[in-house]
Design a protein around this ligand. Sequence first.
Ligand SMILES: Nc1nc2c(c(=O)[nH]1)N[C@H]1C(S)=C(S)[C@@H](COP(=O)(O)OP(=O)(O)OC[C@H]3O[C@@H](n4cnc5c(=O)[nH]c(N)nc54)[C@H](O)[C@@H]3O)O[C@H]1N2
Ligand SMILES: Nc1nc2c(c(=O)[nH]1)N[C@H]1C(S)=C(S)[C@@H](COP(=O)(O)OP(=O)(O)OC[C@H]3O[C@@H](n4cnc5c(=O)[nH]c(N)nc54)[C@H](O)[C@@H]3O)O[C@H]1N2
Ligand SMILES: [Mo]
Length: 808
Amino acid sequence: MSDKNNSLTVASSIGLSRRRFLQLSSYLGVGAFLATHSLNSIAASVISEHVGEITKWHNCWAHCHSSCLLKIVTENGQIKRIETDDQGDDVFGRHQVRACLRGRSLHKRAFSPDRLKYPMKRIGKRGEGKFKRISWDEALDEVYLQMSKIISKYGNQAIFNRIGFGKPDGPYHFVPRFLNLIGGFLSAEGNYSSHQIDTASKYTYGESKYTFGSAPSEMAHSDLIVYFGNNPANTRMSGANDTYHYQHYKKQSSAKTVIIDPQYTDTACGREDLWLAIRPGSDAALVEAIAWVLITEKFVDEEFLHKYCYGYDGEPGDSEKGIPSLEPSLGYKAYILGDGPDKLEKKPEYAESICGIPSEQIYQLARALGNAKAPFIAQGWGPQRHAAGEQTARAIFMLPILLGKIGLPGTNNGGSDFMFSGSDITPMPIGKNGVQAKVPCFKWLEAVERGHEMTALSDGITGAERLTSDVKCIFMYQGNWLLNQHSDCNATAKILADESKLEFIFVMDNHMTASAKFADILLPDITWLENSRVVRFATHLTLTEHVLDPMYECRHPYQVFSDLAERFGVREAFCEGRSWDEWQQYLYEESRKKHPEFPPFDVLQKKKTIRLPFDPEAPGYVMREFREDPIIHALKTESGKIQIYSHTLAQYAANWQLPDGDKITPLPQYIPTWESYADTETREKYPLQLIGFKSKGRPHSTFHNVPWLREVIQDALMINPLDARARNLHQGQQVHVYNDRGVISVPIRITPRIMPGVVGLGEGAWYSPDSHGVDVGGCINTLTRLKPTALAKANPQGTNLVEVSPAP
Ligand SMILES: Nc1nc2c(c(=O)[nH]1)N[C@H]1C(S)=C(S)[C@@H](COP(=O)(O)OP(=O)(O)OC[C@H]3O[C@@H](n4cnc5c(=O)[nH]c(N)nc54)[C@H](O)[C@@H]3O)O[C@H]1N2
Ligand SMILES: Nc1nc2c(c(=O)[nH]1)N[C@H]1C(S)=C(S)[C@@H](COP(=O)(O)OP(=O)(O)OC[C@H]3O[C@@H](n4cnc5c(=O)[nH]c(N)nc54)[C@H](O)[C@@H]3O)O[C@H]1N2
Ligand SMILES: [Mo]
């Protein structure tokens, strides 16, 4: 395929017409772009040369985990355009790793006018965005001074750090490494991505690793694929990633596909057999109704449920092994059939009014599942990023469990079907954290306000009974979670602005983001094109070298942290005598010990990018060993079996100090929550459910400041024609979307691809309140809520009620 056609395929996969692509490609030419940017020498090591052009391999480090290959074409020291993988014959298994438009616009990110150019110190009120330029020495001295003060006054626990998802974090462990050398820091339990499902996996399958289920290759052996809120066409796009695998393997099988999602996603997009539009936050009710049909129509695998699971029915227990008994009336079967404490039969007619899916379709889906030989049931992480998200994830796990279709070819455990979820390069060792306590990821802001009150029982603190101090310092590297990606931006901004609470905020980023504006010391990092590292992703291994020399006064973060370590007297321990490049080589050699298929470093150095052996037929179904022998390969649950009823959760429900309305249940049951469809009181004022989703136009907030991407993937609120008509709205109209927490201004896209009663918006747009407090940037988190979920204490950012009206 010629590169132009190749690019067009990618362009069209992100919704770009041929005409628009060609227009944009012409912008890509030397003209306009080069006029604005001069100098920036191009580093050495060249892969090819054509009449004045120099081409070098690089890759995209966007947080979709694809690490697509890029060919950076330069001429006269200027980046002329970015192409992508065009090697080999592009046969599946040896396929090209072609980048989407995000990767191909890396230079637009590097040359953005928002670029941080030199170290800065805040001068105005915190959050006002007023800074003065200072030298690197002044900046690092100030960081040293402020952090030393905080450590001596409050202890290391007052420093909160987590690395954001600017780029995959493995090799960037120098941040916790540095902090650990100076005594440690308060770290986060879980993350914004999957904390609810990780918690659900732990209590169901014993370990959070079971969040990840079978590989997409198993779909080739499946006869029914059911996706709950899973949209790899957006979240795992690009040439090497799951969306490609999903489509490839689906083609090989005769499996029917059912997509359950409030929006008609690009993963469906005519390739599905059935789209079930579900009300956000109600998947657990749907599952219960399916379970009712499976049980009453005798589709459940009773033998599997008794041999491999605990809590379907009554359990005799085993006092020797310390496994308690269970009354049949407390089991899952009784709960579903209406013989449990709530005496409610979970019939499809009951679920229909909750989830909005007609009961006939629920019967049909249940029977299709019951008759499937190898159902492949998977969930993305949209369904769990809700007010009772742990319950939703646990509920979805119940389907393969009831059917006994786990640990067999073509099946999945109900987890995510991500094939590639990380790098295999050994990360830089981080040493030991002197602070044992951890705060649930989403509750760091609460720890700023009332850390000293937070305990294990009331707030999910782990590693210690309680926190000993409030958080006084935020140390944020490559993140925008301080504001933009957290919830309720208006309320969060107020807390951040209070200098009596937070005494010091450190931010190191590439751009002046919403979070960066709240920094006390703001440091300018180099971008990916100015950086180098070894990357392993999926089918390839790359030694990415820098293409641009560091721009402006930006410095390599390893140098910055080494210089900071020097001030604390720990440079030696931090560097161990290695430069950044030497660390890359060292870590690569460490990785080779585990991966003999990796070639020696000098080979990688010469070739730059190497395709790794990848067997497209290799079996990839999860929990195979447990299925083969559940005694030898017992799970790490209370009973060693799949835990349907959890005594631990029953204890938490009894002992934890839960806020009013929060509920933890030992069985995976549907729980109506605040700001869901069940919250009829709030719905009177704010009748629409608002969900966010991963936009093709950005990984989170990164790349938001790339105009090409904003043009191609417009940030518009998806609204159903019925809801638009009821409000007299017309296509493209600018609207206000609001609730008690805030107002955003965005255009609308009227489309039947979102169900009635629900509106959808890509997350990650930049929070920008105007003088009236209206967020004209259109950040969804202006509307999301700070209340965490009951069990994991995680981010419920999909649970929101709003109203929409024309912008005045
Ligand atoms: N409403 C809502 N909110 C959400 C979500 C949602 O679905 N809905 N999703 C959540 C999820 S899953 C996640 S993972 C979080 C993500 O939230 P974050 O982890 O904060 O990720 P980003 O918003 O991409 O911010 C990354 C920052 O790193 C910077 N950066 C990129 N590369 C570099 C670099 O090389 N050096 C430095 N110093 N900085 C760099 C970017 O400029 C950007 O400002 O958001 C969460 N927030
Ligand atoms: N393009 C792009 N790719 C990304 C990212 C990105 O920002 N941009 N971020 C990366 C990161 S950090 C992560 S964590 C992953 C996460 O990826 P996910 O969390 O899986 O992605 P989302 O788009 O938030 O949600 C997936 C789907 O869930 C649907 N959904 C929302 N609520 C519900 C519900 O209650 N029930 C059901 N059935 N469906 C629901 C949404 O409509 C959406 O189609 O993606 C990664 N990939
Ligand atoms: Mo994430």
